[in-house]
Design a protein around this ligand. Sequence first.
Ligand SMILES: Nc1ncnc2c1ncn2[C@@H]1O[C@H](COP(=O)(O)OP(=O)(O)OP(=O)(O)O)[C@@H](O)[C@H]1O
Length: 249
Amino acid sequence: MAEPVLAVEGVCKSFGMVRASDNVTLDLRPGEIHALIGPNGAGKSTLIEQICGGLEPDAGRITFLGRDVTGLGTVQRARMGLARTFQISALAMEDTVIENVLLGAVGAAGGAFRFLRSALRDRAFRARAEAALEQVGLAEERWMRAGDLSHGQRRALEVAVALTLSPRAFLMDEPMAGLGASGSQRMTGLLRELKAQAPILLIEHDMDAVFSLADRVSVLVQGRVIFTGSVAEIRAHPEVRRAYLGEDA
Ligand SMILES: Nc1ncnc2c1ncn2[C@@H]1O[C@H](COP(=O)(O)OP(=O)(O)OP(=O)(O)O)[C@@H](O)[C@H]1O
């Protein structure tokens, strides 16, 4: 089996009496979409925060590209290619689409440019940004204000920003949220393309999307991973059906 790109081992995090992560172990392998599902409050966001470096685990270890990154900050992990997407608030709504993507590219280069304008004139950066926009289908909107994009287009723009990091793994937090049927379909197609570029750890409540996209699914309940398996195994698992899908098994 190929070495995992990302590995979470025995991660624990408590807030007072609440065990938000209770000895969580899971990994992300090359070429896969690994979905993380679970009811509200199960600890999905807490886990993602610890993986990207925004929150320090009480115990356990996180390895990325074979390196122990548990002690590294968010920026260092992002520069290694750990690309988190879908933080709508991270977009600069007054700036154009291309400027938003360039901001990501400049950040990835360690702030090599003092002004965005000089980055806009730099051919290599410009080409990287244009390629990312092309890939997500936003090339024609490059001069629009981010604030004037539709909700679905903003989500695509967030992916484009992440693409400028030369991602080695994506962490995606509910990419389908707020999208209509056709938007979800487009996003599903995009994620299917992206996983060949870098594997995706996907938090998603839209079970149709999870079942159609995921190579593996982990189920988180009260901070614990109760099961990891294929979509078929998850669908058939009685405890999962009871605990998560809300069915009588
Ligand atoms: N900063 C915090 N301080 C105190 N409790 C917290 C904090 N962050 C999360 N929690 C608690 O930890 C538990 C896990 O929350 P978390 O947001 O990770 O779940 P989630 O699975 O992402 O939920 P949702 O699907 O609703 O986003 C919850 O009981 C939550 O109230």
